[in-house]
Design a protein around this ligand. Structure first.
Ligand code: HEM
Length: 479
């Protein structure tokens, strides 16, 4: 009921709620794919809902207008993150960027990462890394012909991030007795995205001990820590060796060119975020883009024609060519609209009580934005379930994903919005352009388009449940 204070109406009514069960609240309604179940609930209860996950009150926004209020109008107030026991263990007690509480520590760490790694200038400086890794991928595809694209994209993004942030690739390194870094990362991401019952129903925390979940988290936290220690040691040794060999000028030049992050402190806190926030997310965009292109041969053809026209018949597309590839940019936007890699973004919480869309949101409420549902909102998008990059051409090309247009927010927005947009998209665009320039693509022999599995893997980042495999035929280049 609205009450009056200082002649100003203060709203105290919470957003509408689906019915709740004792103890569980609304947890039983989430299922494996929370973005989908929350979309269904929002259709019934409205674009701002109040739920309870166990003991934790939650608000879910499912419209562009509500997202704008949270991430623009009240962005400052919503700049806090939500605590999670797993993230605390895996990410050094929130001493990172993405899970850190809003404040001076977060601001400093984010600033360092942007300066060394993510600013436009730094992203430009990694151009050679991207071009070399893309060329390696193209060669591997030419040799293989039947390509596990999911695996190839994961390795590529990981290698680019490692080379930029840590100065070298680690995809072949056996960390801790032979465990490949990629496998370690996979488990790290799986745990980070897993549902931890103890966060929501504290008196059920014992279940994690009973099921072995806590031990797994401890083991991976330790392995990841050991890995980063190895990286730091190697880096320190390299710097010492170089110091004894070269002139000051040589050293500065090489440092500038090869390493995004330079001190031990920076490697530890930026390194973990680059992996947690930067690799899994980036490669799923390529995975879903190629999946949709294989399902839509006409769209694939149009993109291929653009690449070959812009590339002027050369074997490789370079980064200067990308500016002209407007259809490629439309394909990327359409992929991010339908498949935002983190469909519910990263939850925030307001430090003070606030009014959103005419409802009261109490201080500290876990606040989620369903970017996936907004991207498929029929009130915004015509035929939202259809993959149609054309919608982003002509006037549509003004709609962008950088956090100003709330109908398309795969990277979030505002102070806590993703700082890695340029880094991620520079690699994704280059890879996709070269794939369609260098090869014709088809489904494995005998597979029909309608047999392509579109299932999603549950977790924080949504990638394909079944790996994407496709056949490439190298394009004949005429001398
Ligand atoms: C397509 C690829 C990517 C997607 C879809 C993505 C998406 C997101 C989203 C949704 C958030 C939360 C935003 C919010 O709360 O408003 C985020 C935060 C973040 N992302 Fe990305 N990201 C991607 C790539 C990257 C890359 C490549 C890096 C770094 C190498 C990166 C680093 C970060 C960091 C450090 C944060 C935490 C920001 C903060 O809390 O202040 N991301 N990202």
């Amino acid at each position: 009921t609205p009450t009056t204070t200082n002649n100003k109406k203060r709203i105290t009514k919470l957003p509408p709620s689906p019915p709740k069960l004792p103890v569980l609240g609304n947890l039983h309604q989430l299922g494996l794919y929370a973005h989908r179940s929350l979309q269904t609930l929002a259709r019934r209860h409205g674009p701002l809902m109040h739920l309870r996950f166990g003991t934790v009150p939650v608000v879910v926004a499912s419209s562009a207008a509500a997202a704008r209020e949270i991430m623009k109008t009240h962005d400052h107030n919503f700049s806090g993150r939500v605590e999670s026991a797993v993230a605390a263990k895996l990410l050094y007690d929130y001493e990172d960027i993405s899970t850190a509480p809003y404040g001076e520590g977060w601001r400093q760490r984010r600033g360092v990462c942007v300066v060394h790694l993510l600013s436009n200038r730094r992203v430009q400086s990694f151009r050679r890394v991207r071009e070399e890794e893309t060329a390696i991928l193209m060669k591997r595809m030419r040799d293989q012909r039947v390509v596990d694209l999911s695996e190839s994209f994961a390795t590529l993004t990981n290698d680019v991030v490692c080379r930029a942030a840590l100065g070298r690739k680690y995809s072949e390194l056996g960390s801790n007795g032979g465990r490949k870094f990629n496998e370690l990362l996979l488990e790290f991401m799986e745990l980070l995205g897993s549902f931890n019952v103890g966060d929501f129903i504290p008196w059920l925390r014992w279940i994690n001990i009973f099921t072995g979940f806590s031990v797994r988290v401890d083991t991976i936290a330790k392995e990841f820590d050991d890995f980063l220690e190895e990286v730091v040691d190697e880096h320190t040794r390299k710097l010492e060796n170089r110091a004894s060999r070269e002139t000051e000028e040589d050293r500065e030049e090489e440092e500038e060119e090869r390493f995004g992050i330079i001190t031990k402190f920076e490697i530890v806190f930026c390194g973990q975020d680059m992996f947690a926030a930067g690799t899994d997310t980036s490669y799923t965009v390529l995975e879903w883009a190629m999946t949709e292109l294989l399902r839509h041969p006409k769209t694939m053809e149009r993109l291929r024609d653009e690449a070959r026209r812009v590339g002027k018949g050369e074997a490789e597309i370079n980064e200067d060519d990308l500016d002209e590839m407007l259809y490629l940019k439309a394909v990327m936007k359409e992929t991010l609209r339908m498949y935002p890699p983190i469909p519910l973004l990263v939850p925030r919480k307001p430090s003070r009580s606030v009014e959103i869309e005419g409802y009261h949101v109490p201080a500290g409420t876990m606040t989620m934005v369903n970017a996936w549902a907004i991207g498929r909102d029929p009130g915004i998008w015509e035929q939202p379930e259809e993959f149609m990059p054309e919608r982003f051409l002509n006037d549509g090309c003004k709609v962008d994903f950088r956090g100003q247009d709330f109908e398309l927010i795969p990277f979030g927005a505002g102070r806590r919005g993703c700082p890695g947009i340029s880094f991620a998209m520079a690699t994704n665009e280059l890879v996709l352009a070269n794939m369609v320039n260098g090869f014709d693509w088809s489904l494995p022999e005998g597979m029909r388009v309608d047999e392509l599995d579109m299932g999603e893997c549950p977790g924080l980042t949504i990638h394909k449940k079944v790996k994407l495999v496709a056949v490439c035929t190298p394009r004949q280049l005429h001398a």
